[in-house]
Design a protein around this ligand. Structure first.
Ligand code: HEM
Length: 112
């Protein structure tokens, strides 16, 4: 994105200078999650978001997010696909895996 520099002092743009923060234990990314569950995690201190059909716990990531910690407050418990799509590099997309709880699924039909 224009105006954002990731180059080293030699002007090289091959690798980012900034090392992205990584959690000690990455999320597994295998647990199906319903929308009803996502909305319960709707504060900056307990923040799940939906991006492209998957659910991410970004509580610990938010303070380290290059785009600012405000995303946790703004999108907690919500769909953030459109906004995410506007801003992110391939590197950012790859980094999401650390925070992925699992796929967003519809709630099962109520039992009779
Ligand atoms: C797991 C989720 C997320 C990850 C891993 C992530 C990662 C990153 C990274 C690495 C950057 C630096 C620029 C780049 O490499 O693209 C960035 C910037 C940014 N992100 Fe995120 N992000 C996440 C979620 C979000 C969400 C939900 C929003 C909501 C709007 C958001 C908005 C932004 C904005 C506005 C920037 C600044 C762009 C700029 O200044 O050039 N991010 N993010």
């Amino acid at each position: 994105m224009a105006g954002r520099t990731k180059q080293g002092h030699d002007g090289s743009s091959h690798s980012p200078v900034v090392q992205l923060w990584t959690p000690a234990a990455p999320a597994k990314g295998t647990r199906p999650v319903t929308r009803a569950e996502v909305v319960l995690h709707n504060t900056k201190d307990d923040c799940w978001v939906i991006i492209r059909g998957k659910v991410y716990d970004i509580t610990a990531w938010a303070p380290h997010h290059p785009g600012g910690a405000g995303i946790a407050r703004m999108y907690a418990g919500k769909e953030a696909t459109a906004e995410f799509g506007d801003y992110h590099s391939a590197e950012a997309v790859a980094h999401m895996a650390h925070f992925c709880i699992g796929e967003l699924v519809e709630a099962p039909a109520a039992l009779p």
